[in-house]
Design a protein around this ligand. Structure first.
Ligand code: BGC
Length: 812
C-alpha cells in the first residue's frame, strides 16, 4: 500500500496531469507528493511487460512470461475454476514483474467469426463471457494486482476500429453486448475498465456518460478507474465529464490546455477533474510497486505455470469428431504432417503477444516421449501459395504410417489484432493437405490451430478432428497429451462453427461502412440466430465430445411457478458411465414458450462443469438467474419479465436438449415493444428504425476532414495527407525481418489511424493547434490554418518560456 495525498490537496495542474499516463505503460507520478507511477501491462493470457518506452502493437520485445492459452481456448473449457487458476498465475507473474494492472480480460462478444481479434475474446454468448471474465478477474486480483475489463463496449471488429460508430438498439446492447461486462463488474469488482476505440450511437465511448457513468457506475456499482484504450481519446474534456479517468498512453499533455480551458469556461466542472484524479490516486494506493518485485518471473513460477498452461490447453481443446481412433494406442507409428507441428501457432499477433518463457512444439513432445514419428512439413506457414512438392512429400509420409496427424489452421497473417479476416476458409493448401492425406490414410486425425471458426469442407472424410485453437506456449505438449489420452479434450465450443459464412446473421453488415456499422441482426448473434432460424451449423455452440460417456438423470427444477425477479435452480445427476476420468458441461437454456416479446428461441442461462472419475456420480446444480427470464425494455426503461410459460432446457449443447422443464411466470408483463412475431433480423430500413426507436443514421462524411479523419483518408485525397502518412511510415518500428502479420497489422493500423491518435503517438511533435492547422489546410481553409498555426506557435512559445523560467528558478 502506498500512502497518497487526497486529490483535493493537489493543484489543478497536478490533478490534470494525473489524468493522462506517462509514456506507454505508466500512470503519471508526482514526485513532489511521493506519488509513484503504476505499471500497466498487456495481457490478458500472460504478461507483455515492456520496460522503457514500449509500443502498443505487440511489436517490441517484452519480458519473458508464461504464455497461457488465449481467451478463445480457455473459454472453451467452460471451467471457471480453471480460469481463476490461470488468473491467479497471471496475477502472481504480474506481481513478480512489478506490474500493478493487467490489461485484461477482453470480453467483447464475437458478433461475427471474422473479427480478427476473436482469439482474444471469450465467447459469442454473454453468460459464458461474463462468467469466465469474472473468474479470470478474481484470479488476477487475488494476487493484489488489478484487472482491466476491456474493451468497453461494443468493440466487435477490427476494421475501422478507431472511428467506427456502432449503431445498435438499446435492448441488444444490454442483453448481448453489455451483459457480460455487467456480470463481471458486479461479481468480480475489477479495479479498472478500459473504454474502447469505437463510437456508440454517435458518441466516442471514451466520452459517453451513459456508458461510463450512468450504466457502469450508477447502475452496476463500479468503483474503480476507467482508462482509455491506447489513443482512443478524442475530446479529453468531454471524456473527463463523462467519467473517463485516465488517458492512455500518456500524450505529453496534448489535451491539458483544452481541459484547463474547459474548467476555466465552466464547460467542465472542476469537481470532475478532482474525482478522476482521486481515482488515479486510489489506484496508486492499492497497486503494488516495481521496487518491491524481483523484476523477473522466478523459476519456480515458470515451471508451475508451464504445467498449468499445458493443462489449460488440453482442457480447452474441443473434440469435434472421433470415430473411435482417439485416444491413440501406445506404440502407434505416427506420420505428423503440417508445419505447425514444429512451428506451433500458439497465440495471436498484436498487443496481447507474450514473449513466452519457452515453447514446446508437438514434435518436441513426441520425440521426448520416444514416439516413432515421420514428419512432413506439408505447407509453408509464411506463404499463401500452393506448394505441390510439400504436398507430395506429405502424402508419401502419411500413406506409410499407422495414423496420420495433420496440423492445419490459420497462419498468423490471416488473423491478428488490427484487421479482420476476409473469409472463413483455411488456406487452400491446408484444405488440400487434409483431403490428400485422408485419401491415402483413413486413420487421419486433424488438429486445428486457429483463433476463430473456420470452414472444414473435409470434415466427414477424416477419422477425428481436434479443435486445439491457440494453445499457448505448452499447446504442443497438450496436443500430444490429448492424442494419447493422458489428458482428455475437455472443451465445448464457446462459439458456433457455421456451415457457411452467409449463415451468420450479421454477415451483410460486417464490417460495415468505414464510419458506421449497423447491428441489424439485433439479438441474433451466434447460436441465437442458428437456433431461431433453424439453420444447421457445422458444429453448434456448446458442442464437444470426450473420451468417456456420461448419463444425465433426474433433471428437475426447484419450482413450477415464478414471479418476476425470481430465479430457479436446475438439479441433474451426472454419472461417468465410461472407463476413463472425464469432464462434462451441463448447459441450461431458457425458452420463452408463450412469447410476449421477440426473443431468440433458446438462450443460455447457466452452466456447470463437472469432473468425474469412472463410475462416479454427482448431483449438479445450475442456477437460472431471474435475468434469464427477463428482457430489456428500452422504452420503460428497465428489465421486465413477461408473463407465461417458459421451458428450461437442460442440454449438452445449443442443439442437443436432454430434458425440458416447464415453469410458469405469473404477474409478468403482457406486452412489449417488439412482439414475438416481429422480424428477428431488421433487413429493411423501416424495421431497423423501428427497433432503434429513431431514424437509421447516415455515416459521417469523409469531408470536411476532422481530428477523427483517418490518415489513409487524408493521404488518398490531399498532398499534405500523403506527406503525413509517409512521415508516419518512415518512423515505423517494423522492418523486413518482421513477420507478415506484424507488417500487415502495422500497415492497416497506420492507414486507419485517426489524425488525433497520430498526434497522441507523436509524443509532443504535433500539438493540437498544429494538428488543427494541418486539418484546416487539408480542408482548403488557409485563413483557419494560419489562425491555428499562430496558436501553435504561441503555445510553443509559452512552453518554451515556462521551461526557461523553470531553469532560472523563476516560476510564473
Ligand atoms: C489494444 C488494447 C491494449 C492496448 C495496449 C490497444 O491497441 O486495443 O487491448 O491493451 O493497445 O497495448
Amino acid at each position: 500500500m502506498t500512502t497518497t495525498p487526497p486529490a483535493s490537496d493537489l493543484t489543478l495542474d497536478e490533478r490534470v496531469s494525473l489524468l493522462s499516463g506517462s509514456g506507454s505503460w505508466l500512470t503519471q507520478p508526482l514526485p513532489d507528493h511521493d506519488v509513484p507511477a503504476v505499471v500497466l501491462s498487456d495481457g490478458p493470457h500472460g504478461l507483455r511487460y515492456q520496460r522503457g518506452a514500449g509500443d502498443h502493437l505487440g511489436i517490441g520485445r517484452s519480458e519473458p512470461a508464461t504464455c497461457f492459452p488465449p481467451a478463445v481456448t480457455l473459454a472453451s473449457s467452460w471451467d471457471e475454476d480453471l480460469a481463476a487458476e490461470v488468473g491467479r498465475a497471471v496475477g502472481a507473474e504480474a506481481r513478480a514483474l512489478g506490474v500493478g494492472v493487467v490489461l485484461g480480460p477482453g470480453l467483447n462478444i464475437k458478433r461475427h467469426p471474422l473479427c480478427g481479434r476473436n482469439f482474444e475474446y471469450l465467447s459469442e454468448d454473454p453468460v459464458v463471457s461474463g462468467r469466465m471474465a469474472a473468474a479470470l478477474t478474481e484470479g488476477i486480483q487475488s494476487q493484489g494486482v488489478g484487472a482491466c475489463l476491456k474493451h468497453f463496449a461494443a468493440n466487435n471488429q477490427e476494421s475501422h476500429r478507431f472511428v467506427v460508430d456502432v449503431v445498435v438498439d438499446e435492448r441488444t446492447l444490454r442483453e448481448i453486448y453489455l451483459a457480460g461486462f455487467e456480470h463481471a463488474v458486479r461479481h468480480a469488482r475489477p479495479w479498472t475498465v478500459m473504454a474502447s476505440y469505437n463510437l456508440l450511437d454517435g458518441l466516442h465511448t471514451t466520452e459517453h456518460p451513459g456508458l461510463l457513468t450512468q450504466i457502469l457506475r450508477d447502475e452496476w456499482g463500479f468503483h474503480g478507474l476507467v482508462m482509455s484504450d491506447w489513443a482512443a481519446v478524442h475530446d479529453r474534456a468531454a471524456g473527463v465529464a463523462a467519467g473517463l479517468d485516465l488517458e492512455m498512453p500518456g500524450s505529453r499533455g496534448l489535451f491539458d490546455a483544452e481541459v484547463h480551458e474547459a474548467v476555466r469556461t465552466g464547460a467542465l466542472a472542476e469537481g470532475a477533474v478532482t474525482t478522476s484524479a482521486q481515482r488515479v490516486l486510489d489506484l496508486v494506493a492499492r497497486a503494488p510497486q516495481p521496487d518491491d518485485a524481483p523484476g523477473v518471473v522466478p523459476d519456480h513460477l515458470r515451471e508451475a505455470d508451464d504445467a498449468l498452461a499445458r493443462r489449460a490447453a488440453a482442457a480447452g481443446t474441443v473434440l469435434l469428431r472421433n470415430d473411435g481412433l482417439l485416444p491413440l494406442a501406445p506404440g502407434t507409428r505416427l506420420a505428423v504432417v503440417g508445419a505447425f507441428a514444429e512451428e506451433p501457432r500458439y497465440q495471436g499477433a498484436g498487443s496481447s503477444q507474450v514473449n513466452p518463457t519457452r515453447v514446446t512444439s508437438a514434435l518436441d513432445e513426441l520425440r521426448a516421449r520416444g514416439v516413432e514419428v515421420t514428419y512432413a512439413r506439408g505447407y509453408d506457414p509464411a506463404r499463401s501459395a500452393d506448394d505441390a512438392a510439400l504436398l507430395a512429400e506429405a502424402i508419401d509420409v502419411a500413406a506409410a504410417a499407422d495414423v496420420a496427424v495433420v496440423l492445419v489452421g490459420l497462419p498468423a497473417v490471416r488473423e491478428s489484432e488490427g484487421f479482420d479476416r476476409e473469409d472463413l476458409a483455411l488456406p487452400a493448401q491446408h484444405d488440400a493437405l487434409v483431403t490428400a492425406v485422408a485419401a491415402v490414410n483413413p486413420r487421419t486425425v486433424v488438429a486445428l490451430s486457429n483463433g476463430g471458426p473456420v470452414l472444414l469442407p473435409w470434415r466427414d472424410r477424416v477419422a477425428a478432428i481436434l479443435e486445439s485453437y491457440l494453445g499457448g506456449q505448452a499447446g504442443g505438449a497438450a496436443l500430444v497429451d490429448v492424442l494419447f489420452g493422458d489428458a482428455e479434450p475437455g472443451g465445448r465450443l464457446a462459439e458456433t462453427f457455421p456451415a457457411r459464412q452467409e449463415d451468420v446473421a450479421s454477415d451483410p453488415w460486417f464490417p460495415g461502412h468505414p464510419h458506421m456499422v449497423e447491428h441489424r441482426e439485433g439479438l441474433m448473434v451466434g447460436y441465437r440466430h442458428h437456433v431461431t432460424s433453424g439453420i444447421e451449423p457445422a458444429y453448434p455452440f456448446g458442442f464437444g465430445l470426450g473420451y468417456t460417456t456420461f448419463a444425465w438423470d433426474g433433471a428437475a427444477l426447484d419450482r413450477e411457478i415464478l414471479t418476476p425477479g425470481d430465479g430457479a435452480t436446475v438439479t441433474v445427476t451426472v454419472t461417468n458411465t465410461g472407463g476413463r476420468a472425464g469432464s462434462d458441461v451441463v448447459q441450461v437454456y431458457v425458452h420463452d414458450a408463450t412469447g410476449v416479446v421477440l426473443r431468440p428461441r433458446r438462450e443460455l442461462a447457466g452452466f456447470a462443469k463437472v469432473h468425474l472419475a469412472p463410475g462416479e456420480s454427482r448431483e449438479v446444480q445450475v442456477r437460472v438467474p431471474a435475468r434469464a427470464f427477463a428482457f430489456y425494455d428500452a422504452g420503460a426503461p428497465g428489465w421486465r419479465t413477461p408473463v407465461g410459460r417458459f421451458e428450461v432446457e437442460v442440454a449438452r449443447s445449443s442443439a442437443d436438449v436432454v430434458a425440458t422443464l416447464p415453469v410458469e411466470v405469473e404477474g409478468g408483463v403482457t406486452s412489449a415493444p417488439e412482439p414475438a412475431d416481429a422480424e428477428p433480423v431488421a433487413r429493411t430500413d423501416e424495421a431497423f428504425a423501428r427497433r432503434l426507436g429513431r431514424p437509421v443514421p447516415t455515416p459521417r462524411p469523409v469531408r470536411p476532414f476532422t481530428r477523427d479523419s483517418l490518415v489513409g483518408e487524408v493521404a488518398a485525397r490531399t498532398r499534405l495527407g500523403a506527406l503525413l502518412q509517409r512521415a508516419i511510415v518512415r518512423r515505423t518500428p517494423v522492418d523486413e525481418s518482421d513477420d507478415e502479420a506484424t507488417r500487415l497489422m502495422y500497415e492497416r493500423s497506420t492507414r486507419e489511424l485517426p489524425l488525433r491518435a497520430a498526434a497522441i503517438f507523436s509524443q509532443g511533435a504535433i500539438d493540437l493547434p498544429t494538428l488543427d492547422a494541418l486539418i484546416a489546410a487539408m480542408n482548403g481553409k488557409p485563413a483557419d490554418a494560419a489562425k491555428h498555426a499562430g496558436a501553435a506557435v504561441a503555445g510553443r512559445a509559452r512552453v518554451l518560456g515556462a521551461a526557461v523560467r523553470a531553469r532560472l528558478g523563476r516560476p510564473e
